[in-house]
Design a protein around this ligand. Structure first.
Ligand SMILES: [Zn+2]
Length: 337
């Protein structure tokens, strides 16, 4: 993988990355401390790609862009890659500001809408179920309480969305982008490929530095999201080595096929670590965390770690390499087949 020599845009500025594509860089108050947003120049005006987290910083940043480089531009619409707060948080705010159409996929919309409208106690219950299922002690579950931030605190009231599907075409000033949708990090995530000009907006699915977290499917505990993500990583290698990849975190790069293969190897390594352990003993999701992560996981990161560990165990389960039983408490125990 090769990092492209493109300078990261400063606050209130855009960096032009193609004749009709611009990059903005917003700060995040998390361990992952930023998100990349993109703006595409189309015959109808600018299409904004992702909105940023609901925060004072995002609002100030959008205001600075609107007064600055976007000043004389007409805004045509907003496309949201997936439901995570750092991407969708400001969508409702932007729709109010510009009175524009907003687009995303059906499953991303469903997930965002469900979490945004859920009463606080129900939201807490969903997380509690995840922790119980993973085998976390009652004491640790109580300690986790403050770490589960409410979705609605980080996401403005949602805009009206128009639903788009895989294969949807977006015409920009000098290109044609095809929407692809994949499951893994989120249920029906959007990425955009202009195969003619060899440009790929990869969202959170192909990142140069970190392995995208394979998240919980709160609505279907047997959804093999890792299997679906591995399918994506196999398919996306067809973009080859020359395509320029613009991800939503970290920096633009080349050799996306090589990066996809490295991510496949990374997950296969974790699957092998789990199989080795399962050959010795039965484990819970909590047991598996110290097997696949070589660092200590704090409460802030625990929910992501559980999602990731669980995705690997579910993959072993649905591919017949492991089997699972649920005990009377609701905790899942995995053993070798
Ligand atoms: Zn995400």
């Amino acid at each position: 993988m090769t990092k492209l020599e493109i300078t990261k845009p400063n606050f209130g500025e855009l960096t032009q990355v193609a004749s009709d594509l611009y990059w903005a860089h917003f700060e995040l108050p998390f361990r992952l401390n930023h998100v990349n947003l993109f703006l595409m120049d189309t015959p109808n005006g600018w299409l904004i790609l992702d909105a940023g987290l609901k925060s004072d910083h995002s609002e100030e940043h959008w205001e600075a862009l609107i007064k600055g480089p976007m000043k004389s531009q007409k805004v045509a619409g907003l496309l949201i890659t997936h439901y995570h707060p750092d991407h969708i948080g400001m969508a409702g705010w932007l729709q109010k500001k510009f009175d524009i159409a907003c687009y995303t996929t059906e499953k991303e919309h469903f997930t965002a809408k469900t979490f945004r409208s859920m009463p606080d106690d129900e939201y807490a219950k969903i997380f509690r179920n995840v922790f119980v299922r993973a085998g976390m002690s009652e004491e640790d579950i109580i300690a986790m309480g403050p770490a589960t931030r409410l979705y609605k605190n980080r996401v403005h009231e949602l805009p009206e969305f128009e639903i788009i599907k895989a294969g949807h075409e977006i015409i920009s000033n000098e290109g044609k982008w095809i929407v692809r949708t994949d499951s893994g990090h989120s249920p029906e995530h959007i990425s955009l490929l202009d195969s003619e000009r060899k440009l790929y907006l990869s969202g959170d699915f192909l990142l140069p530095r970190i392995s995208p977290n394979i998240s919980d499917n709160f609505f279907d505990p047997l959804d093999d999201r890792l299997g679906k993500y591995l399918k994506y990583l196999n398919e996306i290698q067809s973009i080859g080595s020359e395509t320029l990849v613009f991800p939503c975190h970290d920096w633009p790069f080349k050799d996306g096929a090589q990066r996809a293969q490295a991510l496949i190897d990374h997950h296969n390594h974790r699957l092998n670590l789990l199989i080795n352990e399962l050959e010795k003993r039965t484990i819970t999701i909590m047991d598996s965390i110290s097997i696949i992560f070589d660092r200590k996981i704090g409460n802030e990161q625990m929910h992501f770690a559980i999602g990731e560990a669980r995705a690997h165990l579910i993959h072993l389960d649905v591919t017949g390499k492991a089997k699972s039983v649920i005990d009377d408490n609701g905790t899942v125990h995995y053993s070798i087949t």
